[in-house]
Design a protein around this ligand. Structure first.
Ligand code: PMP
Length: 367
């Protein structure tokens, strides 16, 4: 990273500078072994140490109870859209699952699950992904094997500020884009998964945290590499895991721990997102965030400039001027348009403030 560049990308996203320096230092010669982690056997004692210490750090940071397995898998969050139904639909005879669809990613997950069983969307379809439907309107199905949701919709900027209360049902959650951005009570979940390339490292590895009593009912068509029981029974090395991505995750988790753990991350994330939302709220409609206030994401802030639909020329000028100042990857997702600011853990308060200052000046000159 050139120090003057600030990467506000939605993922792959900024990695803490100190982690990059550490990885650089160790790249050619990992702790005096004379080889790189890139070249190490995944079954060697040295890599086993990396794998185990990464898992232990994760357990420590999230207080993961002992009856949960932690698995590191390939295939990204998207592979989990299939893995979740393939592993969990068999919990009940009906082969059915409840989905809460609040944005692009949970919609994709629901669509994938339909290949393997019956999917029930628990609420009336939303016209736009700008809010979380009132839990009082949800109709859960008694025969559902699990209830699925995405805790932070990266594209739409919609984030749950609560854990759905679904009584005895099994809760499965895609936490890819707000994992470790705040503490979370793992015991409320049957399953959590998260790709690493936003808050906890680089692309290539996805963390799965799953309650062990849910294992062992995978559908017979479940690919072996996605079978949680087989992968956890083999300490995530049934086949070659994404070794380097796991190593980077370990370094990022250490960085999180050294910076006050999930609790401190949450405080910083509140401060950073408030800098941007306050400015949007006080801009008299110059900046427009379509998401209802209580469901606004601390991680991904989508907004339009000029009016509700966005003034295309003005938005382009905004991106160009921001880039000249080193602030990059601010373009909104192609399905939503406009601007999207991603403020994952590695983004500092100073960097968020730099953007807020720029937004203020931009508004003054272009209003
Ligand atoms: N879920 C969420 C919330 C995401 O943001 C993403 C990717 N941006 C995915 C799933 C899919 O992850 P991948 O691209 O690693 O398959």
């Amino acid at each position: 990273n050139k120090t003057e560049t600030v990467n506000f990308g939605a993922g792959p996203a900024k990695v803490p500078h100190s982690v990059l320096l550490e990885a650089q230092k160790e790249l050619l010669d990992y702790k005096g072994l004379g080889i790189s982690v890139l070249e190490m056997s995944h079954r060697s004692a040295d890599f086993t140490k990396i794998l185990n210490s990464t898992e232990n750090l994760l357990r420590e940071l999230l207080y993961i109870p002992e009856n949960y397995k932690v698995i590191f898998l390939q295939g990204g969050g998207s592979a989990q859209f299939s893995a979740v139904p393939l592993n969990l639909l068999g919990l009940k005879e009906e082969r059915c699952a409840d989905y809460i669809v609040t944005g692009a990613w949970s919609a994709k997950a629901a669509k994938e699950a339909e290949k393997y069983g019956k999917v029930n969307i628990v609420h009336p379809k939303l016209d736009s992904y700008t809010k979380i439907p009132d839990p009082n309107t949800w109709k859960l199905s008694p025969g559902a094997s699990y209830v699925y949701y995405c805790s932070n919709e990266t594209v739409n900027g919609v984030e749950f500020d609560f854990i759905p209360d679904i009584k005895e049902a099994v809760l499965a959650c895609d936490m890819s884009s707000n994992f470790l951005s705040k503490p979370v009570d793992v015991s409320k979940f049957g399953l959590i998964f998260a790709g690493a390339q936003k808050n906890i490292g680089c692309a290539g590895v996805t963390v799965v945290i799953v309650r062990e009593d849910l294992l062992g009912v995978a559908l017979k068509e479940c690919p072996v590499v996605l079978d949680y029981k087989i992968q956890s029974g083999n300490n995530s090395i049934y086949n070659t895991p994404p070794c380097f991505s796991i190593y980077i995750m370990g370094l990022v988790l250490e960085w999180i721990k050294n910076n006050g753990s999930a609790e401190a991350m949450e405080k910083l994330n509140i401060t950073k997102s408030k800098l941007i939302y306050d400015l949007i709220n006080e801009s008299n409609g110059f900046y427009v965030c379509p998401v209802e206030v209580k469901s606004r994401s601390r991680m991904n802030i989508p907004f339009r400039i000029g009016n509700n639909n966005g003034d295309a020329a003005l938005e382009k000028t905004f991106l160009d001027e921001a880039a000249k100042l080193g602030m990059i990857s601010l373009k909104g997702h192609r399905s939503v348009g406009g601007i999207r600011v991603s403020l994952y853990n590695a983004i500092t308060v100073e960097e968020a403030r730099k953007l807020a200052e720029f937004m203020k000046v931009f508004m003054k000159t272009h209003q």
